[in-house]
Design a protein around this ligand. Structure first.
Ligand SMILES: Cc1ncc(COP(=O)(O)O)c(C=O)c1O
Length: 458
């Protein structure tokens, strides 16, 4: 065969942004170019990205959390090579594949006993879509309750449970649902009492804004859902599989969700994958007889490469104690950030569990900084975070993100394989950047002004 992908990559090297500008998402290209994130990475390994000059970048975003076991994990690569070499019969569809059965067996060995039935999907949002559909099918009710700031994916069903107007707006009528303020049990009970709620869906720790519920909230919410017959769905797409220092986020409060959604880290980032894990009686109500055996299904869900990668990924998380490591290194990272940055007046707090971490900033008291802060916020309420994220990349080659609208927050979502050296490097880099932001006038605020001008133009 003449098709040579290596040759194509070599010949077209560096055309990435022009191609996307022309054919994919020019607005996103504009953003990346504005904030100086328009890099062309050549290679990736573990927690690092490398450009063509061999410069190393510390990846504290991990592909939105998929690379928990590190980028291009050699064990997962080997499994994928092996599976391709075996020429297995993937997706016969009218059969039951061994690997998907093994992944289901493994996942249910990690979940509480009552979560014993698995449905495979291709993404996080598809897992959420399926969970909402199962809840409607099993309860015969249609309304969904979700939390303020919630993010469950961006397809129409998942978007209906999104707690951010910035995402919802402009797409017409969504599924029936009601937003509940976090920690507001009275508001939750008020809605549940109407007896038309299929499910209450929540992220144990929210990805947008890294909001953590108060300790009493989720256990009490679960009791209320049980009392009024609504299903309790834990969306573990981002925090599941070790990120918070436990296998699942709901374990921080000893919850017993009726359904959980998983994706992201499950395949180690090399193949799309997702799952819904539910109680058997929910499955039985939906797949109620033989002629409904594929009443919910998809084409690629149980494909061989995703299943092999999932098996390997779960094994690596377990054997390399990455769940425990996420807790230890998460504590070390939050502590280091606090030690290096808490003296600065714009530093508000660092929060999170394990390796999902939010660093929040607040309005300063001193006169000149306050004026600069107000000017930046008048242009765009989320811009200050970019003043941290941009120099972390340009000066220190660390990839982070601003997560959430109208919030002064930088989010860290590193692979679980980072080391103490990475923790120290990051904390020093952050201190440098935060300290620059406390000098006005100065380079950091010039970056802010430039971003503000672009925000006002767009
Ligand atoms: C909690 C949560 N649920 C669902 C999703 C959607 O997953 P995907 O992007 O794979 O569709 C995300 C994605 O970030 C998420 O964080």
């Amino acid at each position: 065969m003449n098709f040579d992908i290596k040759k194509i990559i070599k010949e077209r090297w560096g055309q990435n942004y022009d191609l996307h500008d022309q054919f994919v998402n020019p607005q996103f290209v504009k953003v990346l170019r504005t904030i100086g994130f328009d890099k062309v990475y050549k290679r990736a390994e573990g927690q690092y990205l490398y450009d063509a000059d061999g410069q190393r970048y510390l990846d504290f975003l991990s592909g939105y959390g998929v690379f928990a076991v590190g980028r291009n994990n050699p064990q997962i690569k080997q499994v994928l090579h092996d599976l391709l070499d075996l020429d297995l019969s993937s997706m016969v569809q009218m059969d039951c594949s061994l690997l998907s059965g093994l992944v289901a067996e493994k996942i249910t060995s990690l979940t509480p006993k009552h979560l014993d039935t698995v449905f495979f999907t291709n993404s996080g949002t598809e897992a959420v879509e399926g969970a909402l559909k199962m809840a409607r099918g099993a309860t015969g009710r249609s309304r969904i309750l979700y939390l303020d700031h919630a993010f469950h994916g961006l397809t129409l069903g998942s978007l209906s449970a999104n707690g951010n107007e910035e995402f919802r707006g402009g797409f017409g009528e969504l599924l029936e649902g009601t937003k509940i303020p976090m920690n507001d049990l009275a508001a939750l009970e008020y809605e549940l009492k109407k007896n038309d709620v299929a499910a209450f869906i929540f992220e144990p720790i929210q990805g947008k804004g890294v909001h953590i519920p108060e300790d009493h909230f989720l256990p009490e919410a679960q009791k209320l859902c049980q009392k009024y017959g609504a299903l309790f769905i834990s969306d573990e797409v981002q925090v599941g599989l070790g990120r918070t220092g436990k296998w699942f986020g709901f374990q921080h409060w000893n919850l017993e969700p009726d359904i959980i959604c998983l994706a992201k880290a499950l395949s180690g980032g090399l193949v799309p994958v997702g799952t819904i894990v539910m109680r058997r009686d929910i499955y039985k109500k939906v797949f109620s007889k033989m002629d409904r055996c594929v009443v919910h299904s998809n084409t690629y869900g149980k494909n061989t490469l995703a299943m092999g990668a999932a098996l390997a990924s779960l094994e690596i998380l377990e054997k390399e104690n990455l769940v425990q490591k996420a807790e230890t290194l998460g504590n070390a990272l939050r502590q280091a950030i606090h030690e290096k940055c808490s003296e600065f007046e714009m530093f508000k707090e660092v929060r999170g569990k394990g390796l999902i971490i939010g660093i929040e900033f607040k309005e300063p008291k001193s006169f000149s900084l306050k004026a600069a802060w107000k000017m930046i916020h008048a242009a765009n309420k989320g811009l200050f975070g970019q003043m941290i994220v941009v120099p972390l990349m340009s000066k220190h080659r660390v990839l982070t993100q601003v997560a959430g609208h109208n919030i002064d927050l930088v989010k860290l979502l590193p692979p679980l394989v980072i080391t103490q050296e990475d923790v120290d490097y990051f904390a020093n880099a952050l201190r440098d950047v935060v300290s620059e932001c406390h000098k006005f006038p100065g380079g950091a605020w010039e970056v802010g002004m430039m971003l503000a001008k672009n925000a006002l133009k767009s």
